[in-house]
Design a protein around this ligand. Structure first.
Ligand code: NAD
Length: 244
């Protein structure tokens, strides 16, 4: 039984993690931490911390996990490059599973995106479209960013140079190498992601739609149990699922 603490326990994901953790036979949730609580008081009793709160918070949580030698699962998105680098450094101390999306379906979408981009070659124009509920704070979503990173990696182009966030005005014709990125916000959409491959005379679209946060929560709980038996390192959900 893996003893887990949820950080951000009063949020949308935190509540889903508490709900799913209660009925998971491999997991015991020993504490939920949110604003006003102190993780220092309980971390010693845990095997792993699952962090789904706010991007400003993750670095401190990661440092606390490193100090106490606890496995860490990070679901929070929207970190600065500086925070990403500082958190990544801790991989030599503890196992960290860091995923922009913990659903099995989306991780299969990552795998399919890599394959489709390899197979279709450079003849197809690449665009990523995502939609989330009206309360989401960061854009584009972490998952859409991961998808664009996969596209850039396979095409061997610089993501910083080629990403086009929306289009407005006289932007000129599309280049072959640009990767379009479009964020829609509204209603209670849990998370939709589409990768569009637009060619001459045909178009392929790979789409994933999440209908419940339980899919992310169950994936993060599985990652926590898995991480506890791994050596220090930085892992993805594809590693947890054995997809790589
Ligand atoms: P939310 O705003 O509903 O919840 C965030 C919670 O964190 C709130 O209860 C807030 O009070 C708490 N919090 C803020 N500061 C804190 C602190 N210092 N210590 C402890 N708790 C603190 O947001 P959400 O929809 O639950 O999403 C949380 C994060 O998870 C976002 O970054 C979101 O993008 C990400 N997310 C990731 C996945 C994934 O699969 N990786 C899926 C869904 C959401």
């Amino acid at each position: 039984m893996t003893k887990v603490i949820i950080n951000g326990s009063k949020g949308r994901m935190g509540k889903a993690l508490l709900r799913c953790g209660e009925i998971n036979p491999d997991i015991e949730i020993i504490a939920g931490i949110d604003v006003g609580d102190d993780l220092n008081n309980v971390i010693n009793n845990a095997d792993a911390v699952i962090e789904f709160s706010f991007h400003d918070v993750t670095r401190n949580i990661a440092e606390l996990c490193s100090k106490n030698k606890k496995a860490l699962v990070i679901g929070t998105t929207g970190h600065t490059d500086e925070d990403k680098a500082a958190i990544t450094e801790l991989k030599s101390q503890i196992p960290i599973v860091w995923a922009s999306n913990f659903s099995t379906g989306v991780n299969t979408l990552f795998w399919l995106t890599r394959k489709a981009t390899e197979v279709l070659g450079t003849e197809f124009d690449l665009e990523v479209v995502e939609m989330h509920h009206r309360l989401k704070k960061d854009a584009p979503s972490g998952t859409a960013t991961t998808l664009s990173e996969i596209l850039a990696e396979v095409r061997q182009v610089s993501i910083e140079k080629e990403i086009r966030h929306g289009r407005q005005g006289i932007v000129g014709e599309r280049t072959d190498s640009e990767i379009g990125m479009h964020s829609l916000r509204g209603g209670d959409v849990v998370g939709d992601h589409t990768v569009v491959y637009a060619g001459n005379g045909e178009r392929l679209e790979l789409t994933h739609k999440a209908a419940s946060r339980n899919t992310f929560a169950n994936g993060a709980l599985r990652a926590a149990a898995w991480a506890c038996s791994q050596p220090p390192g930085l892992y993805s959900m594809e590693d947890v699922l054995g997809l790589e």
